[in-house]
Design a protein around this ligand. Structure first.
Ligand code: IMP
Ligand code: MG
Length: 183
């Protein structure tokens, strides 16, 4: 049987630990948006957020809608990195919608800081962000998410939606890739 497990140096976050934290975040989101009569939209950023999104949406009890955007960042790691929207959010009117952007990981911070501004310009009532992972050491623009699953060190991680060269997304944990795989 083909397996990707041999490419993993070590497991950083187990499925159990991730599930426990997502339950806590779900409860925090519930209390933050309690008693609003707006629509709450969980907006996942493809493709890395899909596994986190699936868990998070089951862990919030307030009524939420879901949608997805797809973006690509070119030149990330440089000061010239720019964001391209590959799949946009198509809604007539966002003035009654509170958006929560759902991301897998924040690295430079460029993707989320761009998207927050973009969605506010589109007229959303409010825009918040939730990320499963945060690597603050890698930040190139000042950005702080509203909810964070785990702050992690500056290592390349895969699994739970995160990929290297489109692989490893289906692993049910967050693992550190052996350096020889990408070097
Ligand atoms: P940034 O914050 O704009 O730099 O973009 C974050 C994006 O970079 C994430 O959505 C991932 O697609 C990718 N990324 C950053 N660090 C990692 C990692 O350790 N593993 C896998 N993807 C990563
Ligand atoms: Mg991503």
């Amino acid at each position: 049987m083909k397996t990707l497990i041999n490419d993993i140096d070590h497991i950083l976050l187990s499925e159990e630990k991730i599930h426990g934290r997502i339950a806590e975040i779900g409860a925090e989101i519930d209390s933050y948006y309690a008693d609003r009569d707006t629509r709450v939209l969980l907006l996942g950023i493809l493709k890395g957020s899909v596994v986190f999104m699936g868990d998070l949406m089951k862990n919030v009890k307030i009524p939420v809608e879901i949608d997805f955007m797809k973006v690509s960042s070119y030149g990330s790691g440089t000061t010239h990195g720019s964001i391209n929207i590959l799949l946009d959010l198509y809604r007539k009117d966002l003035s009654n919608t509170d958006i929560i952007i759902v991301e897998d990981i924040i690295d430079s911070g460029r993707t989320l800081s761009y998207l927050v501004d973009y969605l506010k310009l589109k007229g959303a009532n409010s825009v918040k962000t939730v990320t499963l992972l945060d690597k603050p050491d890698r930040r190139e623009v000042d950005f702080k998410p509203d909810w964070t699953g785990f702050v992690i060190p500056n290592e390349f991680v895969v699994g739970y939606g995160l990929d290297y060269d489109e692989k490893y997304r289906a692993l049910p944990f967050i693992g550190v890739l052996k350096p020889e795989i990408y070097s």
